[in-house]
Ligand binder design. Sequence first.
Ligand SMILES: [Zn+2]
Length: 212
Amino acid sequence: MLDRFRRFLFPPRCAFCRTLLADDERYLCTACSQKNYAISRPKAYSGAFYAAALSAFVYEGEVRQILHRLKFHGGVHLAEFFASRMADKLDSAGWEFDLIVPVPSHFYRRYKKGYDHARLLAQELSRFTGAECAPLLKKVRRTKPMYGLHKAQRRANIIGSVTCTKPVDARHRRVLLVDDIITTGCTAAECARVLRDYGAETVYVITAAGVK
Ligand SMILES: [Zn+2]
């Protein structure tokens, strides 16, 4: 009843093209869901501290646009859509993990924006998978945007900028690290390095989008 009332007040729209959804459609309209946005293969990044990384989408076209909406323009409702696709990816990968940890953003950025998109994705993913969400990582200094930096600069930019707020509980040793996008994997690698220093046995990485 409540759900029907909510649908009446806020009719759900397609995350990509914004047309109204039919009762049997979820997140995307039929036309958009038939387009092939899904990313092909998992990408391995060399020298990383994590076991493997997966993305739900390729970072291009509509995906790029709506990810920007989630990240910069208050599109917090989009976290559920992305998380649902990330959960599908995890299902087919068959990874086993006990704890979901978002890649941290600096306090100042969170304060300016009013929310933290990686944490929203992690929380939604926790609902879909049943694994506990624990924001164990903290950004201790601000970093430059990674965009436009070379690989060596990216590494220098991120190293030492993340810390773990407490040891990773021995009962939760397999960690799933969550972020919106992965490009060279530098940020994920640094977060995984810290998590493993603090006791995580394995770190997997899932992001909403990744480069081809
Ligand atoms: Zn659509």
